[in-house]
Write a protein that binds this ligand. Structure first.
Ligand code: FE2
Ligand code: FE2
Length: 177
């Protein structure tokens, strides 16, 4: 069953949002690196890759369903906040916005009885729960560290140990789990 025009438009908006997320994390990662926090830079860069993979996953789905991909301009990322806690709080706010968008997409697919959309969107619902939890934990721990420089360096090292996530795998390779 071909994707409806309305859902195609909604997916194209979501693809734009995922690419914007990827840009936002790439910018923050580069800024952390410039501030001699390479571990946080690494974490952000991997996150950026993951968002890129999300966009590609949606693109593949639109194409599989006979929809027309319409790429849109990507807004320039906002300036990275000076404070590390502020930066991760910004990331958390952004993820909440993305979660809301995914939920709206899910509701639209339900309204249309577009059942083929549901497994994909359920994967994204779960993914957002995970991402919000991860970023929220980082924010909490950074708050605990506060102005303590040793703690900040410890957090930088810890975030630097993040390895390439499975979610960053190309969407074409499978169910993305
Ligand atoms: Fe995403
Ligand atoms: Fe995300």
């Amino acid at each position: 069953m071909q994707l409806s025009e309305a859902l195609t438009a909604a997916y194209n908006d979501q693809i734009q949002l995922e690419f914007e997320s990827s840009f936002a994390y790439l910018q923050m990662g580069a800024d952390f690196e410039l501030r001699s926090l390479p571990g946080m830079g690494n974490w952000m860069r991997l996150q950026s890759q993951e968002e890129h993979a999300h966009a590609m996953k949606f693109i593949q789905f639109v194409l599989d369903r006979g929809g027309k991909l319409q790429l849109k301009p990507i807004a320039a990322p906002a300036a990275t906040p000076e404070g590390v806690v502020d930066a991760f709080e910004t990331a958390l706010r952004h993820e909440k916005r993305v979660t809301k968008a995914i939920h709206e997409l899910y509701a639209a697919a339900m309204d249309e009885k577009d059942f083929a959309s549901l497994p994909l969107l359920q994967w994204f619902v779960n993914e957002q729960t995970e991402e919000e939890a991860t970023v929220s934990t980082i924010v909490d721990r950074l708050r605990m560290v506060g102005d303590d420089r040793t703690g900040m360096l410890f957090m930088d090292r810890e975030l630097g140990s993040r390895a390439g996530a499975a979610n960053a795998a190309p969407a074409a390779e499978g169910d993305g789990a």
